[in-house]
Design a protein around this ligand. Structure first.
Ligand code: CA
Length: 505
């Protein structure tokens, strides 16, 4: 990265004068939030009309609805199946098969699984890695981390976001969930039962009734103000611990669900969602109060499929009408909400000209978590080093509401480990989705191949593998080629690497 400083210093000053002003950026990332965990429907029909689902009627997220009206929502946005892979992809712009943090980073060890590849990147990001905040900082941004990090295990350099390109860290560390959301518990620090996952810092809220989501929002607003004091554009990575377990009820919203026949955990989960939504609204209000809404870009997204406490990993429940939930191979494991908007959309505003966002738009072309990296770098007029491979593509045409003919409609999610589903790669190409099982005898997965037409069969109920042998063989070949191109690591049995087997067609 140093060579960029040098090359920038050699540029004539007149070039800087010609550069458009850099917008502020808020990446509002919600942990474990699936695309159905909201009253702002994310699905659309073939004509691009929003289609509400039963779960949309259960949740209350008025500020997501408000944000969606200001900008564009995506009906098909993908992330990896669990936290750390997606978070590393946002930071690097790479598919997890390439950056090799393919499993969630655990404080308890390598978390490889019995047959996982030993060389997977269980140590996560280091200070030597190219990162999104590091690049934005090089190009003039004040970079703020608030909330959950989960970039590296304990006692590794990457556990502290300050070592990964962030100027400021509020509440981020190695762990992937909070000890407690309750101030009375000191967010885990005051409760021995919850100390393993205790959120660092935030001492001034200990013993108060300030819910963690609220405390992080207050701190984020203060950091925005500090950025304004020094007149630097900011990148706020607002990475909420909510709505990850533990599903503790947020008392501020309990009354809204009290009359429901749903169980206590489901009601508590809904309060976590609503508290997260209040945070979004508070930040939007703050931008308006400070007069910076029109030059602040807001990206809202989840980091993996829903973990809502309805049904198991293979049921049509938590993400209905899709099957599955977080850590599963199904659409419910990888589909997440995505909304992009300017805080105050104004046609003709000079800063917004750099990235036109369709107001009230719905985009049905595929977007992927690692597309955020090139998209934000471009709007910030920043660039990665030439030798840094980026799998993501700039979302600019899609954000305008257009269809990007250059964009490949593919997404590959590689999971050579054990969790709720074991040792699989899913590969979406157009309307079709292949799920390849490396060790079908492990767990509940009976067949090596699953093939679904998502257009006709969105719930992945009708496996076409046996009746579409040519398509199955072709997709398995292409999937393997893409995995090899990314130098993916495969499961291992008795020292033998389990490369995908292409079926005879
Ligand atoms: Ca997560």
């Amino acid at each position: 990265m140093k060579r960029y400083f040098l090359s920038l210093l050699l540029l004539p000053l007149s070039l800087f004068a010609a550069q458009p002003a850099q917008p502020n950026i808020i990446l509002f990332l919600v942990d474990d939030m699936g695309l159905m965990d909201t009253s702002a429907p994310m699905l659309a029909d073939d004509s691009g009309n929003i289609v509400s689902q039963p779960l949309n009627a259960w949740y209350r997220t008025p500020n997501m609805e408000r944000l969606a009206k200001k900008g564009i929502r995506f009906s098909q946005f993908y992330a990896h199946t669990v936290c750390s892979p997606t978070r590393a992809s946002i930071m690097t712009g790479q598919n997890s098969a390439r950056h090799r943090t393919t499993q969630f980073i655990s404080p308890r060890g390598k978390n490889t699984g019995d047959h996982g590849p030993e060389d997977w990147n269980w140590a996560g990001l280091t200070s030597d890695d190219v990162t999104l905040p590091g690049l934005l900082r090089d190009f003039g941004y004040r970079t703020i981390h608030v909330g959950k990090a989960h970039f590296a295990p304990p006692d590794h350099v990457g556990e502290d976001p300050s070592n990964l390109g962030f100027d400021v860290n509020v509440g981020g560390a190695s762990m992937g969930q909070p000890g407690s959301y309750w101030g009375q518990d000191g967010y885990g620090n005051l409760n021995p039962k919850r100390a393993t996952w205790a959120v660092p810092g935030m001492e001034k809220y200990y013993g108060t009734d300030t819910f963690l989501t609220e405390a992080l929002t207050i701190e984020a607003k203060a950091e925005i103000d500090r950025s304004l004091e020094i007149d630097a554009p900011f990148y706020l990575y607002m990475s909420h611990y909510s709505v990850h377990s533990p599903f503790q009820s947020d008392p501020r919203f309990e009354d809204n669900y009290a009359g429901s026949d749903k169980d206590e955990r489901s009601r508590a989960y809904a309060t976590l969602i609503e508290g997260m939504d209040k945070s979004l609204g508070d930040l939007m209000d703050h931008l308006e109060a400070r007069g910076i809404a029109e030059n602040t870009l807001i990206i809202f997204m989840g980091d993996n499929g829903s973990d809502a406490p309805f049904g198991g990993a293979d049921n049509i429940a938590s993400s209905a009408p899709f099957r599955g939930k977080k850590a599963s191979r199904w659409e419910g494991g990888i589909r997440v909400p995505f909304i992009a908007a300017w805080g105050d959309p104004q046609s003709g505003h000079p800063v917004q000209q750099q990235l036109l966002i369709k107001v009230g738009g719905v985009q049905s072309q595929l977007g992927i978590c690692y597309d955020v990296f090139p998209t934000l770098l471009a709007v910030a007029t920043a660039k990665p080093p030439m030798d840094h491979v980026v799998d993501g593509q700039n979302l600019k045409p899609l954000l305008q509401g257009d269809r990007d003919p250059e964009r490949k409609e593919v997404f590959l999610s590689h999971f050579p480990h054990e969790h709720r589903n074991n040792y699989f790669t899913s590969y979406r190409a157009g309307n079709w989705k292949l799920i390849y099982h490396y060790l079908p005898e492990s767990g509940r997965d009976a067949d090596r191949y699953e093939l679904y037409n998502l257009r006709k069969d969105p719930s992945e109920s009708d496996n076409q593998a046996a009746v579409q042998p040519e398509r199955l063989a072709r997709m398995t070949r292409v999937m393997t080629r893409q995995l090899d191109a990314m130098e993916a690591l495969y499961p291992v049995v008795d020292g033998v690497e389990q490369r995908p087997v292409v079926p005879s067609s």
